[in-house]
Design a protein around this ligand. Structure first.
Ligand code: XMP
Length: 323
């Protein structure tokens, strides 16, 4: 019968057998799946695994530290962190269009990630043969099967590498559903902050700023988001809501009054939703006192924000994210 213990034992044995004395790399996104896959492979082959984490500067407060410190502390994994925040900010300069932002972030991400991979391969030599991915069972079903090999183009700039590197894929979560992955992660000793994490989009806060993405705006949104998350967690609502995007309307200003002066600041939108699979969603009926605390704290503690509004649109017609 299915137990997390037996899944871990089986996978660890299979990975050891398959990888042998070769090396593997794994990209960490900060999400549950890649973290659990990496932890499982680390359990099997230890320092033969190197993880790569690209910090695009669009993460929420504490998320990069969670990977850098908590994940490493829990697993002992060998981690290469690439701080690419300047690069992403530069690429996003002057861009307000949502699709444009998504394209730029996706493109830069792949570039930085491939370069980091290439550097690892250059250091480790030809022994890097395996690429670990956190593919889940629903992903396998949706894409209609899938094979075990992927072509990852290496970066031209790094000398001595073949044009096309063939990696064999290691996908230890291929038979599992999300809740099972969480159980495996827990059993592997990963902290709750990683294992119970709600969905967060790859382009991060970049698509939660309506308007141009700048460092100041990111800092401001990070503060507001941290407050909302803190209060939702304190109220014990994390398991009840699917996720709660916090959005900065950077292109909108409204008049307010604070202390004894007029303000002309930006609104923050709260977008708490309930959902089964994110295909459809309903807005969460959060308790008024929780909403009130979030609103008071954000307007008191975050400079330049003088209004907090609640998004009460279901999906459809609204999407969960604003961009
Ligand atoms: P929407 O906004 O389409 O979002 O209703 C549905 C779910 O997907 C997440 N999301 C993303 N996740 N990369 C991701 O990994 C993305 O580009 C992306 N865009 C949206 C969103 O947070 C929600 O859970």
């Amino acid at each position: 019968s299915w137990t997390t213990g037996s899944v871990i034992e089986e996978q660890v044995a299979a990975i050891r057998e398959r990888v042998g004395d070769k090396r593997a790399i794994c990209g960490l996104s900060g999400g549950v799946d890649s973290a659990v896959a990496a932890a499982l492979v680390q359990r099997a082959i230890g320092h033969q695994l190197t993880c790569v984490y690209v910090d695009h500067g669009l993460m929420r407060k504490g998320e990069t530290e969670q990977v850098e410190k908590d994940f490493v502390a829990a697993t002992g994994v060998q981690l290469k962190v690439v701080d690419a925040s300047e690069r992403f900010l530069k690429a996003l300069q002057g861009v307000s269009d949502p699709e444009e932002k998504r394209k730029i972030i996706g493109r830069e991400f792949i570039r930085v990630f491939e370069q980091a991979q290439a550097e690892i391969i250059a250091d480790e030599g030809p022994a890097v043969e395996f690429l670990v991915q956190g593919t889940l069972y629903p992903d396998v079903v949706e894409s209609g099967g899938g094979t075990g090999t992927a072509n990852i183009k290496s970066h031209h700039n790094v000398g001595g590498l073949p044009e096309d590197l063939e990696f064999q894929l290691v996908e230890p979560l291929r038979q599992l559903f999300k809740d099972e992955v969480r159980m495996v992660g827990q059993e592997l000793g990963l902290p709750d902050e990683i294992v119970q994490r709600q969905p967060f989009p790859g382009p991060g806060l970049g698509i939660r700023i309506v308007g141009e993405v700048t460092k100041d705006r990111l800092d401001l949104l990070r503060e507001a988001d941290a407050i909302a998350r803190e209060e939702l967690t304190a109220a014990g609502l994390d398991r009840e809501i699917w996720q709660c995007p916090v959005v900065l309307l950077a292109d909108v200003r409204s008049v307010g009054v604070q202390g004894d002066g007029r303000t002309y600041g930006h609104p923050i939108v709260l977008r708490p939703v309930s959902s089964e699979d994110a295909m459809t969603a309903d807005w969460s009926r959060l308790p008024y006192d929780v909403l009130s605390r979030i609103s008071t704290r954000i307007t008191n503690e975050v400079a330049e924000v003088n209004r907090v509004v609640l998004d009460i649109t279901s999906k459809p017609p609204g999407t969960i994210e604003w961009e």
